[in-house]
Design a protein around this ligand. Structure first.
Ligand SMILES: [Zn+2]
Ligand SMILES: [Zn+2]
Length: 145
């Protein structure tokens, strides 16, 4: 009798902040995300941030991960892969919302309340399309290529 893992169970992730605390799958709209039962921080796998705020135009993750927050080195370890250090990045460059980003698996860690702040920010932008264009142009002009 051999052990085959035909019953695929989802990998358990642990909070990078509260050591030993499990991340529980939560549905936000159509998207399932991992939320810490203790601190309510949220881990987003690659693509999930875009899915959550999909009414916005463009790739929000791309716009964010290119902009490393100055002097901000995250003390967190990636909950999803072996990367020992996350990086602090600014959500869409100028928002002032700082997220922790894994360069290896391209996931994002959001502290409690940051997802709400992001959704509020995107909602604001949705109602100010000219401002959005302007800010994206300013952002793009700062990229080093
Ligand atoms: Zn936690
Ligand atoms: Zn990772």
């Amino acid at each position: 009798m051999h052990d085959d893992n035909s019953q695929k169970s989802a990998k358990t992730l642990f909070c990078p902040k509260c050591k030993g605390s499990k991340l529980i799958l939560q549905k936000i709209g159509e998207t399932s995300v991992h939320e810490c039962e203790k601190c309510s921080g949220i881990w987003l796998n690659k693509g999930e941030l875009n899915a959550l705020v999909h009414p916005a135009e463009g790739d929000l993750e791309y716009c964010s991960r290119e902009y490393i927050a100055e002097d901000r080195i995250s003390e967190y370890q990636c909950p999803a892969c072996a990367n020992p250090k996350l990086k602090k990045v600014n959500f869409i460059a100028y928002s002032g919302i700082v997220m922790d980003y894994c360069e290896k698996c391209q996931g994002l860690w959001l502290d409690r309340g940051e997802l709400d702040a992001i959704i509020a920010e995107v909602d604001k932008l949705e109602h100010m399309p000219e401002s959005w264009d302007h800010k994206i142009m300013v952002f793009l002009s700062k990229l080093p290529f």
